[in-house]
Structure formats: structure tokens, C-alpha cells
Write a protein that binds this ligand. Structure first.
Ligand SMILES: Cc1c2[nH]c(c1CCC(=O)O)Cc1[nH]c(c(CCC(=O)O)c1C)Cc1[nH]c(c(CCC(=O)O)c1C)Cc1[nH]c(c(C)c1CCC(=O)O)C2
Length: 341
């Protein structure tokens, strides 16, 4: 465990060459992923078939000198495990049967979640025995609010309006849903740690578009509950939070939730992160994924600026959001060379 550099960095150790991984590093930009994906009955089938999920998790590590593997799964396995209908249409993104109110929630049960997710936990334990000892194994879940936005809206949306209106008009149903998500996610993360995950990342992809009060109630408070439940079972569990778009709410998010590390999105100015975030937690980020698509000198300059900004502080190099399908593989190779020298 001591030579797992990325884990050590999450826990506060600084390295001259920062450890790195790439958000959504397994995926459609890799031809070998597309090949495995084509052999499945659907995206969830891939998530629930340990042999294939292990294979696609390992693919990026075979190509690139990355310091971590991230479990191959999705944040929407939680609604699926709770009993909501979740479908992935090719090229369209997720489609769920939207929740209208309390009556729909009565159909869901937290009790079966771990049974349903047993194949994912098998993937985690299989991975720990397959990756090199110095590689960190990252588990994950979606944060309650982000998962709720899909469960209520039924799909991704630019402003999460359906969930924001639901939370305001049906506060009791919303509170019940969030409590279910906190409980299900806590059990899931605890089980991932027990299966061999070294660290977990909580993806709050929709921390933007919220006023101060909503940020406190939908993002901070449920994440505090989630982390407290996890750490009651796994003392000092290493956790990365990724509150995308949280901007000037990030310092408060770190202080209240107690995450060890925080992923910053690419819109976060480096001088702000250096002054207000680095003193509170390990910083992870934050190259714009489209700079990786374009490659060339502009990418090298942006990488150098990030490395320089966080040279004196614990820093995990990463993108500021997920890698996109049109990314050329040679540009990823160029990125790793630039970071690792
Ligand atoms: C919001 C969100 C989702 N899923 C996830 C998030 C949070 C991160 C973020 O903000 O990008 C997280 C996620 N999704 C996936 C992973 C594991 C793979 C990895 O990180 O290497 C992780 C960590 C696989 C996936 N999840 C999905 C794919 C592509 C599906 C396919 O192969 O058909 C993969 C590889 C599908 C998915 N899943 C989701 C969407 C919106 C989509 C469709 C759009 C897209 O493709 O990015 C929900």
C-alpha cells in the first residue's frame, strides 16, 4: 500500500512528478473498448459482467503510464439497483422512467442494492488481484444530488430544471429520495472498499446551477451524511470529491464534507485553486478535455501552467471533466509524456 503513489497523494503527500489518471479513461475513444462494448447486450450488461468490466478497466493502463485504475461501472447503477428503469440508447445517453412524486418512490427499495450490484463488487476484487501493486484502485459513485437529477429528469439536461423544481415543490418526496440515495451509496462505497478499492471518487457532475441555499441542502448536507456513514465503517476512508462547477463553493464543500482531495473542473482559475483550495485538500485536475482533443503546443502550454501552479502542493494530474470519444490516442500519449517527463 505504501508504494501506491496516487493513494499517498490523496492522503496529502506531495510528489515532484504528480501521479495521474484520466477521468472516464476507459471508453469509446479506445478501439479495444468499442470492440468489447459491441460484444455486449447493452451498456449495463457490460457493467454487470465482471470479466468484461475488468478487461475494459485494464485497457487504458496497458496503453498509458497511468497511476490508477478506475472501476468500470456507471453512476446510474444505483437507480437501476433501487428498481428504476434505466436504459442506455446508443449515442443518446441514459434514459430513465422519470420520478413524478412520492408514489413512485414507494416502488424502490434500498434493501436489494448490494445483491443487485454483486457483479460490480466482483469486478472490484478481481481488479485488485490483476493490477500492479503500485497502482491505486479507484472506486466511485455518483453524489446523491447528481443521481437524483437523472432519476427525476429521466435524462441529462443542461439546467437540471426538473429536479430543481421537484426539490422545491415536493420537499418531502425529495428528502425521502435523497435519504435513499445516501443510504444506497454509502452501502455501495463501503462494499467497494471491502472488495479492495483504495480510494473512492464521489462524482457531483451537476454542482453547478445551484444557488447558495440549494448548494448547501442538495450538495453539501447529503455528501456529509454519505461520507459520515462510509467512515463509520471504514475509518479515515480516502475520498476524492468532484463537485463540478461549484466554483467559489468549493472551499466550503471541502471544509464541511472532509474530502481528502477535490477534483477541480477546467473553468476553475489556477490562481483561485492555488490560493483557496490547495491549502485545504489535495487538488486534482484540471485540463480542458477539448485541449486534449486538439493537442499540439496549446495543450503543452496548458499542461505546463497546471503543473507549475500546483508544483508546491499535493496534486493529482487529471482532466477537468471526462475524456471525450473523439480524442486521438496519440494526444493522450503526448499528455502523459508532458506530465511525466
Ligand atoms: C454523469 C455521469 C454518468 N456516468 C458517470 C458520470 C459522472 C462523470 C461525468 O460527469 O462525466 C461516471 C462514469 N461513467 C463511466 C465510468 C467508468 C469508466 C471510466 O471512468 O473509465 C464513470 C466513472 C462509464 C460510461 N458511462 C457511459 C459510457 C458510454 C456508454 C457506451 O459505451 O455505450 C461509459 C464508457 C454512459 C453514460 N453514463 C452517464 C452518461 C451521461 C452517459 C452517456 C454519455 C457518455 O457516454 O458520456 C452518466
Amino acid at each position: 500500500m505504501t508504494d501506491r503513489k496516487l493513494l499517498q497523494c490523496v492522503l496529502g503527500q506531495k510528489f515532484d512528478v504528480p501521479p495521474m489518471w484520466i477521468m472516464r479513461q476507459a471508453g469509446r475513444y479506445l478501439p479495444e473498448y468499442r470492440e468489447v462494448r459491441a460484444s455486449t447486450k447493452g451498456f449495463l450488461d457490460l457493467c454487470y459482467t465482471p470479466e468484461k468490466a475488468i478487461e475494459v478497466t485494464l485497457q487504458p493502463l496497458r496503453r498509458f503510464d497511468l497511476d490508477a485504475a478506475i472501476l468500470f461501472s456507471d453512476i446510474l447503477v444505483i437507480p437501476d439497483a433501487l428498481g428504476q428503469s434505466v436504459q442506455f440508447q446508443p449515442g443518446e445517453g441514459p434514459l430513465l422512467e422519470p420520478i413524478q412524486g412520492m408514489d413512485d418512490l414507494k416502488q424502490f427499495s434500498v434493501e436489494n442494492v448490494l445483491d443487485h450490484l454483486q457483479p460490480v463488487l466482483e469486478t472490484v476484487s478481481g481488479l485488485r488481484s490483476k493490477i500492479d501493486d503500485d497502482k491505486t484502485l479507484i472506486g466511485f459513485c455518483g453524489a446523491p444530488w447528481t443521481v437524483a437529477t437523472y432519476m427525476i429528469g429521466g435524462k441529462g439536461s443542461p439546467d437540471q430544471a426538473a429536479a430543481r423544481i421537484f426539490a422545491l415543490q415536493q420537499p418531502e418526496a425529495f428528502a425521502h429520495l435523497m435519504d435513499m440515495l445516501v443510504e444506497a451509496s454509502a452501502r455501495y462505497l463501503i462494499a467497494q472498499f471491502k472488495a479492495g478499492a483504495d480510494v473512492v471518487q464521489i462524482f457531483e457532475s451537476w454542482a453547478l446551477n445551484l444557488d447558495e441555499v440549494a448548494f448547501e441542502n442538495y450538495v453539501v448536507a447529503p455528501t456529509v451524511k454519505l461520507i459520515n456513514k462510509v467512515r463509520a465503517e471504514i475509518p479515515n476512508a480516502p475520498i476524492i470529491g468532484f463537485p463540478r462547477g461549484a466554483a467559489a463553493n468549493v472551499p466550503k464543500y471541502i471544509q464541511q464534507t472532509g474530502v481528502n482531495a477535490v477534483g477541480i473542473d477546467y473553468a476553475m482559475p489556477l490562481h483561485y485553486a492555488k490560493a483557496h483550495i490547495a491549502p485545504l485538500a489535495t487538488v486534482q485536475g484540471n485540463l480542458d478535455p477539448l485541449r486534449l482533443v486538439a493537442g499540439g503546443d496549446q495543450m503543452n502550454r496548458a499542461v505546463d501552467a497546471i503543473l507549475e501552479a500546483f508544483a508546491d502542493t499535493p496534486h493529482i494530474f487529471n482532466l477537468g471533466h471526462g475524456i471525450v470519444p473523439q480524442t486521438p490516442i496519440e494526444h493522450v500519449e503526448q499528455l502523459v509524456r508532458r506530465v511525466k517527463g
